[in-house]
Design a binder for this molecule. Structure first.
Ligand code: FDA
Length: 407
């Protein structure tokens, strides 16, 4: 039987970081992963360049049943701290926009940094290694000197006084995502917040979407909103039309807040006053409405937009001079207040993250220890979900750091 102070399950962002810090604090640490390669999500993140943090990180950038939970960890390990770590290894990076920091070279720089930190902490790494069973040995019942855990792994039985679950969420199963962390929570009666795909493209009824499918590949800046007046959420980001629906940063952001059965509101021309511009053009222009509209939005969108008129009782496929004020107002309204009802999402196969997860009610916000003594949860497996833009990795680092210092 092998003995460690801590066994970290999951060698992804949170697990590797936590293991490195804990090792450097003097604990004997094993980090194991069922995949052959560590940190596959870091490798594919940010288009291969890993958006590893966001300099503007604040609790408001996270969703959770308990929005206050993430505060303590985020304040104790900030984006500046992670940047300092990268500077120690001379990893070059740059800010793309909106505070998002990316590697100049590749996401491998982040993985190598985490592995080097593990090395410094003399962390033992086993992968691939799967866990079949976890047993809690309470000192009172088992005659051992302190509470501990026995873990049946395919490399034999391991004993440790603490277990850190860092096995992530359900998104992208083809690169190793599993429900392992949620099953462990269930085994120890730790409550869960229902999971759902987040930062995910949205889909629409095929017939309703048919007129817009031809816009696939088109990207433009929009305002996108969802929710009732009281809890309205708005993002100002790019939108991407796809064959099946909508994607792009704006849609991924709103998807985390979107509730099935509720509509989205979109302004496809947020930087211009479409009604005023069309009304002005009507006075002097001989062009078709679509051609005038094409000076405000991409021409493919303009053509698709005027073609919808017939179904809505308007003739928008005509010279702008001949259009009534009412028709032009209706056209402008549809463009700037387009309401549409998604039927679903592309699911965990395409989601960047999983919202929901281990209920923070059962965790200490200082250490991430659960109400089951010696059992900790960090990273995406916890019901803390960041916006798009480097926030999810910052949560992985911050929760891993808090945990390592609490072990
Ligand atoms: P993570 O998923 O990183 O690690 C979990 C580990 O546990 C994996 O190595 C897995 O193999 C292992 N595991 C799972 N089940 C197991 C089992 N049963 N036994 C043993 N091991 C098991 N975020 C961000 O901030 N910036 C970005 O640029 C991106 N980009 C991005 C792109 C894409 C395509 C995706 C899918 C996601 C992102 N993200 C992101 C999100 C980010 O990748 C994610 O939030 C973090 O990786 C979560 O870190 P964790 O360590 O919690 O889980």
């Amino acid at each position: 039987m092998k003995k460690f102070d801590v066994v970290v399950m999951g060698a992804g962002a949170a697990g590797l970081f936590c293991a490195g810090v804990a090792g450097q604090l003097g604990l004997s640490v094993l980090v194991l992963d069922h995949s052959e390669k560590v940190a596959e999500k870091i490798r594919i993140s940010g288009g291969g360049r890993c958006n590893f943090t966001n300099v503007d990180t604040a609790p408001a950038n996270f969703l959770s049943d308990n929005p206050r939970f993430c505060r303590s960890a985020l304040s104790r390990y900030s984006p500046r701290d992670f940047v300092a770590l990268l500077q120690k290894y001379q990893v070059p990076f740059h800010e793309k926009h909106k505070g998002q920091l990316f590697c100049d070279r590749s996401a491998e720089d982040i993985i190598n940094t985490l592995l080097a930190e593990c090395e410094l902490g003399k962390v033992t790494r086993w992968q691939p290694c799967s866990v079949k069973n976890i047993r809690f040995l309470a000192s009172s019942a088992h005659g051992v000197s302190a509470d501990s855990y026995e873990i049946d792994s395919d490399r034999g039985i391991i004993q440790s006084s603490a277990i850190v679950i860092a096995t992530g969420g359900l998104s992208i199963p083809k690169i190793g995502a599993t429900d392992f962390g949620y099953r462990v929570a269930k085994q120890f009666d730790i409550p869960m917040v229902e999971t759902r795909p987040a930062l995910v493209p949205l889909t629409f009824d095929a017939d309703a979407w048919a007129p817009f499918a031809q816009l696939s590949g088109l990207s433009l800046p929009v305002h996108i909103a969802t929710g009732s007046k009281k809890e309205r959420v708005v993002f100002h980001e790019d939108l991407l039309f796809t064959h099946r629906g909508l994607s792009g940063p704006g849609v991924l952001q709103i998807s985390s807040y979107w509730k099935p059965g509720t509509p989205l509101q979109l302004n496809l021309a947020p930087l211009v006053d479409v009604a005023a511009t069309l009304s002005q053009a009507k006075a002097s222009s001989r062009k078709r409405i679509a051609n005038e509209l094409a000076s405000l939005v991409p021409s493919r969108l303009a053509e698709t937009w005027v073609a919808q008129g017939a179904a809505l009782g308007h003739n928008w496929e005509r010279p702008i001079m001949e259009a009534s004020d009412k028709a032009l107002t209706a056209l402008a309204e549809r463009l700037s207040r387009w309401e549409l009802l998604p039927t679903g999402t592309e699911g965990y196969k395409k989601a960047e993250v999983t919202a929901g997860g281990v209920d923070t009610k059962a965790l200490s916000s200082q250490t991430m220890e659960s109400r089951q003594p010696g059992l900790y949860f960090i990273g995406e497996v916890v019901d803390v979900t960041g916006w798009l833009g480097g926030y999810n990795f910052q949560w992985a680092w911050a929760s891993g750091f808090a945990c390592a210092h609490g072990l």
